[in-house]
Design a protein around this ligand. Structure first.
Ligand SMILES: C[S@@+](CC[C@H](N)C(=O)[O-])C[C@H]1O[C@@H](n2cnc3c(N)ncnc32)[C@H](O)[C@@H]1O
Length: 239
């Protein structure tokens, strides 16, 4: 089995630590990497809660998945940088006059701070039907334009196990998307590549006309993270 230490945490450091002595080796590595990472610096400057914002911005720049007026579900949203991007680009905070106003629903199993213009559901496990029901009630009959999942488990470091868990998370987002999305809508999900990636891709192809792998530059070089971008939902009857 391939063993690799993964850091899913994307917390931005408020201050540069001056002394790494006494810290565990893994924490030292993480801190050193954070300090050298240009996206961490950029996120601080542009007021994003974490560096992941640039992954979504880049995916959007290339594939144009977000626009004013859209209804978006952000799964695994804490600490909230994808939500910040989605609020801005869907105009769910109404900051762009004369443009349609969208809605962003952001869910995470952790509690996290409000983002103005988004409906935040913290402490909510996306694999639970209870969370899907809560969202269904909030949507109140409206269908969704984009379901995006950046959900990731706390990595164990055992690549095969972590792959299995993240695939389960991706399928829970897909299950929701199939039930609550508009025909023509988009689904974006993160996975860590492994043995079940091709099955997921095949399943996506049953329900979406266009499926591709995207790997934003902001994804760290040593990561086997990738995203499936599925477009043009066929509607459930087609599946
Ligand atoms: C990489 S972080 C997401 C970062 C986020 N996209 C951002 O830009 O701020 C992955 C998140 O997935 C969440 N997560 C993992 N399993 C989950 C589950 N079953 N339900 C909801 N959220 C989950 C974690 O709590 C974590 O906050």
């Amino acid at each position: 089995m391939h063993i690799k230490r993964l850091h899913t945490c994307c917390t931005l450091l408020k201050e540069r630590p001056t002394n790494l002595k006494g810290k565990k080796h893994s924490s030292q590595l993480w801190l050193t990497r954070q300090l050298k990472d240009p996206y961490v610096e950029k996120a601080k400057k542009e007021n994003y809660r974490c560096r992941s914002a640039f992954k979504l911005l880049e995916i959007n720049e290339r594939h144009n998945i977000l626009s004013p007026g859209m209804i978006v579900i952000d799964c695994g949203a804490a600490p909230g940088s994808w939500t910040q991007v989605a609020v801005k680009l869907t105009n769910s905070n109404g900051s762009q006059e004369n443009k349609p106003i969208g809605s962003v629903f952001s869910i995470d199993r952790q509690l996290f701070h409000q983002v103005e213009g988004a409906h935040i559901l913290g402490n909510s496990d996306f694999t639970s039907l209870e969370t899907h029901r809560k969202l269904r009630d909030l949507l109140n009959g409206k269908l969704v334009d984009l379901v995006m999942s950046d959900m990731a488990p706390n990595a164990s470091g055992v690549r095969d196990i972590d792959h299995e868990v993240i695939i389960t998370l991706a399928y829970s987002a897909l299950k929701f998307a199939l039930q609550f999305s508009k025909p023509g809508s988009t689904f974006l999900t993160k996975i860590w590549d492994g043995g079940k990636s091709s099955q997921l891709e095949e399943d996506l192809c049953k329900f979406y006309n266009k499926v591709k792998v995207v790997r934003p530059d902001a994804t760290r070089d040593d990561s086997h993270e990738m995203y499936f971008l599925a477009r043009e939902f066929k509607g459930l009857k087609a599946g």
